[in-house]
Structure formats: structure tokens, C-alpha cells
Design a protein around this ligand. Sequence first.
Ligand code: ZN
Length: 143
Amino acid sequence: MSSTFYNEILTDHNMNPIHKHELEGANFRLEGVNPSCGDDIILNLKIENDVIVDGAYEGDGCAISQASADMMLDLIIGKSKEEALRLSDIFMRMIKEGITDEERDELEEAGVLQDVSHMPARVKCAVLGWHTMEEMVRDGKTE
Ligand code: ZN
């Protein structure tokens, strides 16, 4: 995947985020912070019968943290909790140790963040949204 494509997707999700807004009816809300970069994400999810029926985020941070949260929500809205956690596991492994091409295809646009695995300082930015989602969906954490 070319770095131009990577930059285009990151820019697009920052200029025109799809899921950056308040979420009415959210029943899970959790803040995720990455002090080393100054990223701050408040993730809101609406979970019914173990399905993530809707989700959104608010906050500020670098392009990677914001785009990653936006792409993650694109991927997990409409999915079961179990499926969201399975995708999160693939994403974490992509950043930390590498995955197969088939697994990366499952991540759709979020797969462009594979490049981040070569940028140790940005890893926490890329996983912030996913990590926050895991704490809500797996551990039931909410504010
Ligand atoms: Zn960051």
C-alpha cells in the first residue's frame, strides 16, 4: 500500500470524520487518553442485546488517533460485541507483530494503519480508540 494512499485516508478521516459527534442514547461512555501525544478520545457506544447498534467519538488529538477511532467505528457499528473484539484483536496484532493479508482485508480501511507498526512513537495513537472500545465492550467499563 503506498504512503500516498495512507496519507489520503488519514487526511480524509480528519477533514470529514463520519463518526465524530455526540451520540444520543449512548449507554456506554469512556474517555481514552494518550498523554505521550496529547490524544484524548471520548468514545460513546449504544449496545443492545450484545450488538453495537451505534457509536461515535468526541475529543482531540493527532491525525492518527482521530482517523483510527473513525475507521474503527466504521468497522464495528452493527457488529456483535464478540465480533468487535475479534477485529480488535486483529488490529492489535497488526500493529504489534504482523498479520496475514486476509486478516488485513477484514480491517478494511483500518488496515492502512499497518504502517504505524514501523513508527513506535505512534503506536499508542493508533490503538487508543481500539483499547478504549475493548475496555467498554469486554470489561463493561463506562463513566
Ligand atoms: Zn497521537
